[in-house]
Design a protein around this ligand. Structure first.
Ligand code: PEP
Ligand code: MG
Length: 559
């Protein structure tokens, strides 16, 4: 591929733009079936001895360059490769008539099993032993050595996928970026790369075909990977990133588009310790207070007084700001012993969320009572909403109960397609709507949100999900009532732009995502956001929607 710019596309999971030479992480070797021994055991033993020496030397060399946490692991591995007992076992198998690579595999597997049977720390070393075996076999077969490459210069690490063991010794000073052919936005690679601040692109089809040493550009925001990029392309992408980064540091305070239109930025709160932290965030309030933590792991519901005390803590740290409390969302992924229905074969489709109030009405009324008492005199602008509302009648029932208990603003979460499709009707009684994209994806695509089996179906860029968001947001505009998004999708900066373009009035997310979302929103006008939404909705799947919007927003930044 050298010399010709080739554009590849993956999912950007850790932002940053870098250019550097590729170093590939080779996959473990596969032993050819039915290997026959060479017929010269002494020569095979000599070759194996040399392979062991080479692996030991390379691991020793790596440990000399590794970051502190990895030194011990690598030195221990180097020592294993030099172990005379291990070598004697391999040589014995060669003398017994095994081909050298098979002898290595068998001997190391036997040692690995012994370590596993001992358990504890030694069992954890079994994977290291397997790694040594793979390296020695690769040398014997004339293949590139698997595992993290060693280079004098910093490089872009290219892999099919990264195993946790590969990332344990990853050195952020040497690895400019990571590109993997497999993996998804929640893969191990994505999480590690983000935490190390290394730009990363995953699910990049065709990347592994790029040759070692090729100069490659990686854009961890847009997911673009370009081999042999032109100087203009590098400058352009670096320039765009600089613009985005400048926006991140430049902006604080309420969420706004470039033309001054407002999009409220709120945070999600879900644990007791979140309460204090959230109060310090640069946000306009709480968009989703998940109250389940108060009810979990106990035989019965907390008293009204105990609940009031917890709600009061949150309301006081948000005095002067808005707090949207979601009432108990029991069932399915949030099971509660005292609310469980007997024998539901499909709990996700069972009596969960607001539906539990039909069987336990006091539980809901007590919670509303506690919220109402805590709100009094707290200074916070307290709203309440019910989870998993399916029908206008449910929304009306919830609103009536909340209003009667002194809570003036009562809304419904839109997490079921039926609720989105009838959002106009829900808004006859509900004061606002809040879209829970996590459950709305699950129910729209009939794909369990807890399993990662078909990640593309849970991609929040899927146009059918976006269509339901649009229907709900437009219903809000017609009714003149707020419609927010509080699922994970709200924390994707470019999806936030799309939601703003659909008329969503607030976005609620983990505090860590606020700065990037705020900055991204600040770069585009309402008309440009609307255009982004239109482009996403015109696409046929999540990947192409993400790409169409990414390309359009990049073009806006260039002008
Ligand atoms: C959602 O479903 O998107 C949501 C915000 O609620 P939870 O994740 O708590 O189910
Ligand atoms: Mg939900």
């Amino acid at each position: 591929m050298a010399g010709v710019a080739v554009h590849l596309k993956g999912i950007g999971v850790s932002p940053g733009v870098v250019v550097g030479p590729v170093a590939k992480l080779s996959p473990p070797p596969v032993l050819p079936a039915g290997m026959v021994p060479s017929g010269d055991p002494d020569a095979d033993i000599q070759r194996t001895r040399e392979a062991l020496d080479r692996v030991r030397a390379e691991l020793g060399e790596r440990s000399a360059h590794a970051a502190s946490v990895a030194v011990d692991v690598l030195s221990a591995q180097a020592a294993m490769a030099a172990d005379p007992v291990l070598a004697a076992s391999i040589f014995g198998k060669i003398r017994d008539g095994r081909a050298a690579p098979e002898a290595v595999k068998d001997a190391l597997a036997a040692f690995g099993e012994q370590l596993l049977s001992i358990g504890g720390y030694l069992a954890e070393r079994a994977a290291d032993l397997e790694d040594i075996g793979n390296r020695v076999i690769s040398v014997l077969l004339g293949l590139p050595m698997p595992g993290l490459p060693i280079r004098d210069e910093p490089f872009v690490l290219l892999a099919q996928d990264l195993a946790p063991a590969d990332t344990a010794t990853l050195d952020a000073a040497n690895v400019l970026a990571i590109v993997t052919e497999q993996g998804g936005p929640t893969s191990h690679t994505a999480i590690i790369a983000k935490s190390l601040g290394i730009p990363a692109v995953v699910a990049c089809k065709g990347a592994f075909a790029v040759q070692d040493g090729t100069r490659i550009l990686v854009d961890g925001m847009t997911g673009a990977v370009v081999t042999e990029p032109s100087e203009e392309e590098v400058a352009e992408r670096v320039g765009r990133l600089a613009k985005r980064r400048a926006a991140v540091t430049e902006y604080s305070g309420p969420g706004r588009l470039s033309d001054g239109s407002r999009v409220q930025l709120l945070v999600n709160v879900g644990t007791s310790s979140d309460i204090e932290r959230a109060g310090l965030a640069d946000c306009e309030g709480v968009g989703l207070f998940r109250t389940e933590f108060l009810f979990l792991d106990r035989p019965g519901a907390p008293s009204v007084e105990e609940q009031r005390e917890t709600y009061r803590r949150l309301f006081e740290s948000f005095s002067g700001r808005k707090v949207v409390v979601r009432t108990l969302d029991a069932g399915a992924d949030k099971p509660l012993a005292f609310v469980r229905m007997a024998d539901e074969p499909n709990p996700a489709l069972g009596v969960r969320g607001f539906r539990t109030a039909r069987f336990h009405p006091d539980l809901l009324d007590d919670q509303l009572r506690a919220i109402s008492r805590a709100a009094m005199g707290s200074g916070a602008d307290v709203w309440v909403m019910a989870p998993m509302v399916a029908t206008p009648a449910e929304a009306a029932d919830f609103a009536r109960r909340a209003h009667e208990l002194g809570l003036p603003l009562a809304g419904a979460m839109v997490e079921i397609p039926a609720a989105a499709l009838r959002a106009d009707h829900l808004l006859h009684a509900a004061d606002f709507l809040s879209i829970g994209t996590n459950d709305l994806s699950q129910y729209t695509y009939a794909m369990d949100r807890e399993t990662g089996a078909l990640p593309e179906l849970l991609d929040p860029w899927q146009p059918a999900l976006l269509e339901l968001v649009r229907i709900t947001a437009q219903a809000g505009q017609r009714a003149g009532k707020p419609v927010g998004v509080c699922g994970e999708a709200a924390s994707d900066p470019q999806l936030a732009v799309v939601f703003a373009g659909m008329g969503v009035t607030s976005l609620s997310m983990a505090p860590v995502s606020l700065a990037e979302v705020r900055a991204e929103l600040s770069l585009y006008s309402a008309a440009q956001c609307a255009k982004a939404a239109e482009l996403a909705l015109a696409e046929r799947d999540g990947e192409s929607a993400r790409e169409a919007v990414g390309t359009y927003l990049d073009s806006v930044l260039q002008t």
